[in-house]
Design a protein around this ligand. Structure first.
Ligand code: PHE
Length: 359
């Protein structure tokens, strides 16, 4: 075997036996480096006669090309094997929970969630959101809503009065109805608003806290009647409880600011401590409503011979308890993060009618 053939055999074997990048690099240096065997052969070309150079040169260059190619192929094979080994070693458990981002870790309180759900439902029916202050005047909370001074109806709501300042009687609003007054005083009909917010009454047990939440609805124009009221309430309760339909029952009641006034019961089924809406033979009282009293319209600057409409009021906390199954209202306001972790909502799942209210 010629020297060249021998060198070729040895070099290719060494290349193929190189176990890693580093070993391959030393083989390359030994063959093609400055002092490498193939480089040394190439250097001999200068001293050869032209004929010899012709035959030997071709052989030596062919050897150099073969070695270069074999090196590249081996390098690629080693890289592939290394990747293969890494993939085998680094198995990824896709069932492990991903670390939540800070926005994902926070929780939306069920009261805020229900307010958002109600805003979405009523916005779809053309209602705007109106707000008012928690500290109200006696005038807006009672007098303009047709509670005469000294009338026993004022005793229905266990009011927190503030010590009178400069003769004006102030209180913590006992209901969201004063926002009706504010809206009617500031807006011309047609009026279509919902008024969600905090209200206060001196009461404390499993289903009552001194601060709680109501949402008021008010519609005023020239021809709104009880049929509209019933439809709006049906739509609202059906959407809120996310059922196909609900039956409602209206019972006569009394509120100073509506005439006639009604309590509304919603169809439900009670099953071993659980309540389902939109089915069953039972009824549950859910809200108060009625046609806005002519005196209230007059007190708020509208002619009752021209305008009429309806109002309703619902407890937001109670809606949240009924929909999401909490049994004690007091826990809503304890600021216990474990409770919030359990009953709270993910902040990036904003309720929509199309995507589902409760996600
Ligand atoms: N404001 C009433 C309450 O808190 C509820 C209500 C509102 C009733 C609007 C009728 C119409 O008791």
């Amino acid at each position: 075997m010629t020297d060249i053939a021998q060198l070729e055999q040895d070099t290719l074997r060494q290349i193929n036996e190189a176990a890693d990048e580093a070993a391959l690099e030393s083989v390359r240096l030994a063959a093609l480096g400055k002092k490498g065997a193939i480089s040394a052969l190439l250097a001999t070309l200068g001293k050869m006669s032209p004929e010899e150079r012709k035959t030997e040169g071709a052989k030596i260059n062919a050897l150099k090309d073969k070695a270069t190619e074999a090196l590249a192929a081996r390098r690629e094979a080693l890289a592939e094997a290394a990747l293969e080994a890494r993939l085998k070693a680094e198995t990824l458990d896709v069932t492990l929970p991903a670390a939540a981002s800070p926005q994902e870790r926070g929780r939306i309180h069920p009261i805020s969630q229900v307010m958002d759900e109600l805003s979405v439902i009523f916005a779809d029916m053309g209602f705007a959101v109106a707000e008012g202050p928690d500290i109200e005047s006696d005038d807006y909370n009672f007098t303009r809503l047709n509670f005469p001074e000294g009338h026993p109806a004022r005793e229905m709501q266990d009011t927190f009065f503030l010590s009178p300042e400069a003769g004006e009687k102030k209180l913590l609003r006992t209901h969201t109805s004063p926002v009706q007054v504010r809206t009617m005083l500031g807006q011309k009909p047609p009026i279509r608003v919902i008024c969600p917010g905090r209200v206060y009454r001196c009461d404390f047990d499993q289903t009552h806290t001194p601060m709680f939440h109501q949402i008021e609805g008010l519609v005023i124009d020239q021809s709104t009647h009880m049929g509209h009221l019933k439809w709006v309430l049906e739509e609202f309760l059906k959407s809120f409880f996310e059922v196909k339909g609900v039956k409602l029952r209206m019972r006569p009641s009394f509120f100073p600011f509506t005439e006639p006034s009604m309590e509304v019961d919603v169809q439900c089924r009670r099953q071993g401590g659980e309540i389902r809406f939109g089915e069953g033979e039972d009824w549950m009282e859910i809200l108060g409503c009625g046609m806005v009293h002519p005196n209230v319209l007059r007190n708020c600057g509208h002619d009752p011979d021209v305008y009429q409409g309806f109002a309703f009021g619902v407890g937001i906390d109670r809606l949240a308890m009924l929909k999401y199954g909490m049994s004690d209202l007091r826990a809503f306001f304890d600021a216990d993060t474990r409770w919030l972790e359990h009953y709270g909502f993910r902040p990036l799942d904003f309720p929509t009618l199309a995507g589902g209210l409760s996600g």
